[in-house]
Write a protein that binds this ligand. Structure first.
Ligand code: AMP
Length: 184
């Protein structure tokens, strides 16, 4: 049973790696960013509420993402494991998830931190071309990452759940490293 949380700055390659690994392991790849973008495209109530935050690089309020993650983890396909990408994004969300997993007897999760230097991240984001990848929004997303998300590295290290992977290598090299650390 694999339950994995992917951490790392925007542009670290979390999405690509999480997707590859999820396919390999036949478990769902759950990206809160993807779910929010889809909801925005369809203009669902969730999408409408999330739009201004996503467009400006701010975090969507906890309640919205926590509800969507809880719902997603209740789906039958999540019973055989999952990879969470983009959640949790701050300590309050991590505490929520910890409690949820305990309550639903889904413990044993591991956390992968994809470590990538700042310069590499900015360059990758600028060439990705997503709607929220303008220079100003990228800058804000990195600030938010440092202030809110980076503290999760210590949070999970303290709980002995953290695996560090150097994300500053080729896509294939990162995939191989990930498969090695997770198997162990
Ligand atoms: P991502 O695709 O993970 O880079 O997420 C894109 C955007 O979605 C972020 O900049 C946030 O506005 C929003 N978002 C995604 N996940 C979360 C989360 N766990 N908490 C709050 N906002 C989130």
């Amino acid at each position: 049973m694999t339950r994995l949380i992917f951490l790392g700055p925007p542009g670290a390659g979390k999405g690509t790696q999480a997707q590859t690994l999820a396919q390999h392991l036949h478990i769902p790849h759950i990206s809160t960013g993807e779910i929010l973008r889809q909801a925005m495209k369809e203009q669902t109530p969730l999408g409408i509420k999330a739009q201004s935050y996503v467009d400006s690089g701010e975090l969507v309020p906890d309640q919205l993402v926590q509800d969507l993650v809880q719902e997603r983890l209740e789906q039958p396909d999540a019973h055989s494991g999952w990879i969470l990408d983009g959640f949790p994004r701050k300590v309050t969300q991590a505490a929520f998830l910890e409690e949820l997993l305990e309550k639903t007897h889904q413990g044993g999760e591991q956390v992968v931190n994809l470590d990538v230097p700042d310069e590499v991240v900015v360059e990758r984001l600028l060439t990705r071309g997503r709607k929220d990848d303008t220079e100003e929004v990228i800058r804000r997303r990195l600030e938010v990452y440092r202030a809110e998300t980076a503290p999760l590295i210590d949070y999970y290290r303290d709980r002995q759940k953290l695996l560090m992977v150097n994300g500053n290598q080729s896509l294939e090299e990162v995939t191989t490293k990930l498969q090695n650390v997770i198997a162990s």
